[in-house]
Design a protein. Sequence first.
Length: 547
Amino acid sequence: MCPDPESMASPARLSRRAARGLGTIVLANCCFATGCAEPAPLTGRVLVAAIDADPGQLNPAITTNGGVHTAAGLLYDGLVELDSALKPVPGLALRWAIEEDGALYRFHLRPGVRWHDGERFTAADVTFSFDSLLLRYHARTRASLAHVIAAIEAVDDSTVEFRFRQPYAPLLQQLNVVEAPILPRHLFAGADPLNHRANRAPVGTGPYRFASHRPDVEIRYMANDDWYGGRPDIDHVVLRVIPDPGSQVLALEAGEVDWLFGVPGPERARLRANPAIRFIETSVNPGGSNCITNVALNLDRPLLGDVRMRRALAHAIDRDQFVERVLFGAGRAADAPISSAIPFAHAAGLPVPAWDTAAAGRLLDGLGWRRGSDGMRVARGVAGIEDGTRLMIGFTQFPSYAPYGDLLRAQLRAVGIELRLVSLEQAVFVETVFTARDFDTAIISYCNGTDPEIGVRRMFVSSSIAPVPFSNAAGYRDAVMDSLWDLAGRALESDTRARLYRQIQELAVRDLPYLSLVETRATRAYRTRCSGFTSASHFAATARCTP
């Protein structure tokens, strides 16, 4: 008998009755989605991984959304990949040469690669992916490369050249499946890439092929027999949608899933005592590496356009509490706009406003926001605002970021600011923040990558103010900032780049378009019957599981 779906924490609580390994697995016995069919049994080695939301679409070239990259990373490849030390190694490109002092990169593609539908992979797929997808819709690639690329040309079917307007150092760090997944030209050419059927039934070159998708329930992949890296040992990967983190942990403990991309802080101690479960601690994620959780302040809002208000908010925030109460120690307080995991560019000792509620109060008083009888701030002589109006600021978040919103609301309340929490699903959040720009503040994880050009530039340059997901959400414009980024991007000497990035961060701390909260680390968990995982997009490609 099927249980009542309303009584279940998530679809993942369904019983998983099957032999493991080489046997047959029935992944679910009931179907609650309207019109969905009973799932077919899977044979062979099966890995079940939990994801916290249905990604909606599976094209990582048109977004930097972590949920899309987490779900889709196994399907695609980049020209290069990054090894465990984050050094570039061959991917779809077998070898490359750098000429003209870094202004020309020539890539020789791996022979014999075919798309999952059997079509041959060629250099035309690479040029199309960059010109029509990545440089238009992928926020990190667009912000870092669009302004410096002169041309990307297919010399022949197996050779691609990237020509820059001036020497450019970081390119090889920007060509893996996270930053530059390659998609099939023969499917997308001449069509709208944002609403293409191949976003829902994708075709890649990666270690796994798309099999099926039951919205809000599960996505199934099967091993690609022809992958250039060798056929994966695991025959099928099932991504089970389990929105509640606690339910994910229970499913792992019960053997209903084998892999978690993240573990809630309160559950880690209990899981560590379980001999059937192991962990990977990493700052590398399918959606990007070296991520910083930021509060983006919409500078188009008159209230937040005054830097004194932004500085008051900064003084009201205790970053250490976020490390303790939200991350449970899996990270560190952010002390600069660039991650400390990029040591040559991270600036130490910046005058970041410290937690100081008295300083926050003085700034708010000076702006005309005075405490009322209930301790909350109201307008007294604020231009354009009626006296007595409460100081209320909106805070837009994904549902999974609710712990951040709850803690920030408590911290701001201590200085008399009321924070109004607005929780939006991913697609609505992206539309609201980056297209409509209908928000006051928003919490965003900006993954920095291994070089500031990859993931930080997009936050600050004015050309990145666009309806592109995870671009310059603050709407920050400063001509000096733009010029500093241009100088840093074309500098080749690390000392020169470090000096420029320090100036960039000093300017960012002065103007505070973002409040950087914490540098995050992820805790992966998996059952010991499996081993050989990696931490990023191709996490299951090298894994093995026993029955």
